[in-house]
Design a protein around this ligand. Structure first.
Ligand code: SAM
Length: 224
């Protein structure tokens, strides 16, 4: 039988799940998390999830809604197509982070665990984009790390689809939540520092070589 994630018990019940990686003594097994991500990345290295039409759409949204755009970060980028396309449509510096050792084979990509923050990123990033938030082992810590980098007024855009729901969670994709639960979770994590600005429907919903998804939404979170 495959892996069945246990619903996290809390005030939102089974609306989200979070897989935990534990050693025999109950402590967090970071090496296991890292190994599973690396293996998954290598196994799927030919896949591209992100859709160019959607990045063009988001680039247009950013140009219309942010006054100055100089630097962006995409998190969990595998082949690095999102930073390539944001660079193409925005004409600015955009880099990607990727935990796997394959990172260095793709342009503008650094090998980096996105739960961590570089000092020079703090308050210095105009926008963050990720379709890999479901790979976080601690989504509250992760979003707070990302929002500490977004400059006041800037945006973090989380891509959310059918595959990011609780039913899509696994050891490889430890966090899964219903799209309707996301604004609630973000509100409880923010402590007044950021808020959901709006949720956009993606123009394209079929990643290359993959099935058509019921929806892709972009949750736009603004740093207050
Ligand atoms: C679902 S794939 C998406 C890849 C890419 N964004 C795309 O659209 O094709 C998730 C990626 O996030 C990477 N990843 C997982 N955990 C990560 C972490 N903590 N820090 C950085 N990258 C991570 C994985 O190795 C994988 O390449």
């Amino acid at each position: 039988m495959g892996y069945v994630p246990k619903p996290r018990v809390g005030s939102v019940g089974a609306l989200f799940v979070l897989h935990s990686y534990k050693k025999a003594d109950g402590s967090f097994d970071y090496e296991r998390y890292r190994k599973i991500q690396e293996e998954g990345n290598v196994r799927k290295i030919e896949n591209v999830w992100v859709i160019e039409e959607n990045i063009a759409f988001l680039a247009d949204y950013l140009k219309k809604n942010l006054s100055s755009l100089r630097f962006g970060i995409c998190h969990g980028t595998r082949r690095g197509k999102e930073q390539e396309w944001f660079r193409k449509y925005l004409g600015i510096d955009v880099i990607g982070t990727e935990i796997s050792s394959t990172a260095t084979t793709f342009p503008n990509t650094i090998q980096w665990d996105f739960h961590n923050v570089k000092t020079e990123w703090i308050d210095a990033v105009d926008f963050i984009y990720s379709n890999s938030f479901d790979h976080s082992f601690d989504p509250e810590k992760c979003l707070n790390a990302w929002m500490s980098c977004v400059r006041p007024g800037g945006f973090c855009i989380l891509e959310h689809s059918t595959a990011h729901e609780a039913s899509g969670a696994s050891e490889l994709d430890p966090f899964g939540a219903s799209v309707v639960a996301m604004p609630y979770l973000i509100g409880t994590w923010s402590k007044g520092k950021y808020a959901v600005r709006e949720v956009l429907a993606a123009p394209a919903t079929t990643p290359a070589n993959l099935r058509k998804l019921t929806h892709i939404s972009f949750i736009v979170i603004q740093r207050l």
